[in-house]
Design a protein around this ligand. Structure first.
Ligand SMILES: NC(=O)c1ccc[n+]([C@@H]2O[C@H](COP(=O)([O-])OP(=O)(O)OC[C@H]3O[C@@H](n4cnc5c(N)ncnc54)[C@H](OP(=O)(O)O)[C@@H]3O)[C@@H](O)[C@H]2O)c1
Length: 512
C-alpha cells in the first residue's frame, strides 16, 4: 500500500516534521460519539490534517460509532463536510480518496452488545483490508456519564485485549470526574480494563504549541531559570478569559461551572508547568513526576472567603451586541448558583515558591478572549533614580501569550528620550506569526498523533487528575455552603470582588 499522501513528496509536510519524522505506525482510530460537536469541529478535521501532512500510516482507518442509522457512505459524507468546514490545511482530493478507503461506521448505543460485536468484526476486517495490525485507539468523545459503560463494553467484547502483540489505547475526554471521589471511581473503572500506559486523558491545552513552549522557554535557555523563584518573582497570574457565554451547552455547563470546567484541568496544568522543577529528561514519566510534585505541594490559603471569588455574568454588551445574563440563558434554572467566573489564590509550599501567590482566574463573557500567563517580578531592591523618574515604571513581567495572539512579551523599564531621566514600561515581543513561517498545528492534531505513537508526555496522569480535584474540592464545598456568586456585567473583566481580592494583597489583575 502506498504511503499516506506521499510522505517526503508532500508539500504540506512542514520543515519541523522533516527534521523529526514522527509518523504513526499501522493503526486505526475508533471515535465514540462521532456525531457530536467535538468530533465534528476538532477530531475529524485533525485526522484529515494529519493525513494531509503525511503523518498517518498507509492504511490508517477511522471508525465512527454512533446511534444514527448511517451507512459507511453517510459517515464519509459527514467527515467530508466537517473537514471542508473546519480543517486547518487545504483540501486535497488524493488525500481524501486515500482516507476514505479506511472509513467505516458502526451503528449502535453504548449498551448494545451486538453493536460492540459488530465493532470487533469491523476492526478484524480493517486489519485484513487496511493492514492496521490490530492497533486501535478508542476515543471516548461522549457525555462523561457514558465513560464507564463504554470502557466496560470494550473489556466485555475483548476490544481492550493486547495479547496478540498489537496495542489498544483509550482516549478519555474531559471532564475526568466532577470531584475527587468521582475521579477516583472513574480511574478505578478505567484501570480495571486498561493499564496506565494504555490511557490517554485529554487536556487539549497541553497540545497547544504555546503551552509546550513553556518548557522550551524555561529549560532550553539560561536567562530565565535563575530568576524563576521566590527571590525575584512577586507573583504569577494565569488567565483564561472567554468572551462568549454558554452558547447551547446549558445542559453540560450548569452545575459544573468555571472552576471545574477550566481551573481543575487547564489552569492547574499550566501552573504545574510554570512551577515544576526541571525534569531529568522529557520522557513522560519524568515530566509527570515533576508536575505531580508541584500539584502535591499546592496549598490553599486558610480563609477561602478572602482567597477565592466566584461570579456569574449578568446582562451587558459584548462586541457591540446586547448579551443576556446567565440566569436568563435558555435551559438555565433562574436560581442557579453555577459560577461562570472563578478566581483563586494558591501557594506552592516548597523552597522555590514559598510565599509567592499564584492567582488563577477564568470566566465567560469577559472583555476579550485571551489566555495568558504573567510572571510578575519584584521591584528592584534599590533605585538610584529620583522618585518622580520612576512613577510610571511598573513591575517587570514575562507574559506567555497562549492564545489568540501567540507569543511572549517581556516588559521592563526604559528611559524616555529627552533631557530628563524619566523611566517608563516598554515591551519586547516575540510573535509566533512573525518568527516562524509554518503555522501551528491544532492541539488535537498533536494529541491524536501522540496517541497513535503511544507518547503520553502531554496527557495528565491519574495522580495529577486526583491531586487537581483535591485542590479544588474544598473551594467548591466552601462555595456550596456560602452565599451566591457575585454578579458581573457581561463584557467586563469580572466581579469587583476579584479586583478587591488582589487589592488586599497590594496587587492588581492585568487587563490583557
Ligand atoms: N464540544 C466541545 O467543544 C468539547 C470541549 C472539551 C471537551 N469536550 C468533551 O468531549 C465529549 C463530547 O462532547 P460533545 O460536545 O461532542 O458532546 P455532544 O455534542 O453532546 O455529543 C455526544 C455524542 O455522544 C453520542 N451519544 C450520547 N449518548 C449515547 C449513547 N447512549 N449511545 C451512543 N451514542 C451516544 C451522541 O450521539 P447522538 O448524535 O446519537 O446523540 C453524540 O455523538 C464530552 O465528554 C465533552 O465533555 C467537548
Amino acid at each position: 500500500m502506498a504511503p499516506f499522501a506521499g510522505s517526503g513528496a508532500n508539500p504540506l509536510r512542514d520543515p519541523a516534521d522533516r527534521r523529526l519524522p514522527r509518523i504513526a505506525g499501522p493503526s486505526g482510530l475508533v471515535i465514540f460519539g462521532v456525531t457530536g460537536d467535538l468530533s465534528r469541529k476538532k477530531l475529524m478535521p485533525a485526522v484529515y490534517d494529519l493525513a494531509n501532512r503525511g503523518l498517518l500510516p498507509p492504511g490508517f482507518s477511522l471508525v465512527g460509532f454512533a446511534r444514527r442509522e448511517w451507512q459507511h457512505e453517510d459517515f464519509a459524507a459527514e467527515v467530508h463536510d466537517a473537514v471542508k468546514e473546519h480543517a486547518r490545511t487545504p483540501f486535497r482530493e488524493e488525500v481524501w480518496q486515500q482516507l476514505i478507503q479506511g472509513m467505516r461506521f458502526v451503528q449502535g448505543t453504548f449498551d448494545d452488545d451486538d453493536a460492540f460485536e459488530r465493532l470487533r468484526g469491523t476492526i478484524e476486517e480493517l486489519d485484513k483490508a487496511q493492514g492496521t495490525g490490530g492497533n486501535f485507539a478508542f476515543y471516548l468523545s461522549v457525555p462523561p456519564r457514558s465513560f464507564p459503560v463504554v470502557i466496560q463494553q470494550l473489556k466485555k467484547h475483548g476490544l481492550a485485549d493486547q495479547s496478540s502483540g498489537s496495542w489498544r489505547r483509550a482516549v478519555i475526554e474531559k471532564p475526568f470526574g466532577h470531584d475527587l471521589k468521582s475521579a477516583e471511581e472513574l480511574n478505578k473503572v478505567v484501570h480495571e480494563v486498561f493499564a496506565p500506559d494504555q490511557v490517554f486523558r485529554i487536556d487539549h491545552y497541553l497540545g497547544k504549541e504555546t503551552v509546550q513552549n513553556i518548557l522550551a522557554l524555561r529549560f532550553a535557555n539560561t536567562m530565565f531559570e535563575p530568576i524563576w523563584n521566590r527571590s525575584f518573582v512577586d507573583h504569577i497570574q494565569i488567565t483564561m478569559a472567554e468572551d462568549i457565554g454558554i452558547g447551547g451547552r446549558a445542559g453540560y455547563y450548569d452545575g459544573i461551572g468555571a472552576a471545574r470546567d477550566v481551573i481543575q484541568n487547564h489552569l492547574l496544568q499550566l501552573m504545574a508547568l510554570m512551577a515544576m522543577e526541571e525534569p531529568a529528561s522529557f520522557d513522560a514519566d519524568a515530566l509527570a513526576a515533576e508536575k505531580t510534585k508541584v500539584l502535591g505541594a499546592v496549598r490553599l490559603p486558610k480563609d477561602l472567603g478572602l482567597a477565592t471569588v466566584r461570579g456569574q455574568y449578568a446582562a451587558g454588551w459584548q462586541g457591540g451586541e446586547k448579551a443576556v445574563g446567565y440566569l436568563q440563558e435558555e435551559g438555565i434554572d433562574a436560581k442557579s448558583k453555577t459560577d461562570t467566573y472563578a478566581a483563586i489564590k494558591l501557594e506552592v509550599d516548597n523552597r522555590r515558591w514559598a510565599g509567592v501567590p499564584f492567582y488563577l482566574r477564568t470566566g465567560k463573557r469577559l472583555g476579550r478572549r485571551v489566555t495568558e500567563i504573567a510572571v510578575v517580578f519584584q521591584r528592584a531592591p534599590h533605585s538610584p533614580f529620583d522618585h518622580t523618574a520612576t512613577e510610571e515604571l511598573g513591575k517587570n513581567a514575562i507574559v506567555i501569550r497562549v492564545q489568540p495572539d501567540e507569543g511572549v512579551t517581556v516588559r521592563f523599564g526604559s528611559k524616555v528620550p529627552g533631557t530628563s531621566m524619566e523611566i517608563r514600561d516598554v515591551s519586547m515581543d516575540f510573535a509566533y506569526g512573525e518568527s516562524f513561517t509554518e503555522s501551528s498545528p491544532e492541539a488535537y492534531e498533536r494529541l491524536i498523533l501522540d496517541v497513535l505513537l503511544g507518547d503520553s508526555n502531554l496527557f495528565p496522569r491519574t495522580e495529577e487528575v486526583e491531586l487537581s480535584w483535591q485542590i479544588l474540592d474544598p473551594i467548591e464545598q466552601y462555595w456550596d455552603k456560602n452565599g451566591k456568586p457575585a454578579q458581573y456585567q457581561s463584557g467586563t473583566w469580572g466581579p469587583v470582588e476579584a479586583d478587591e481580592m488582589l487589592e488586599r494583597d497590594g496587587r492588581s489583575w492585568r487587563r490583557p
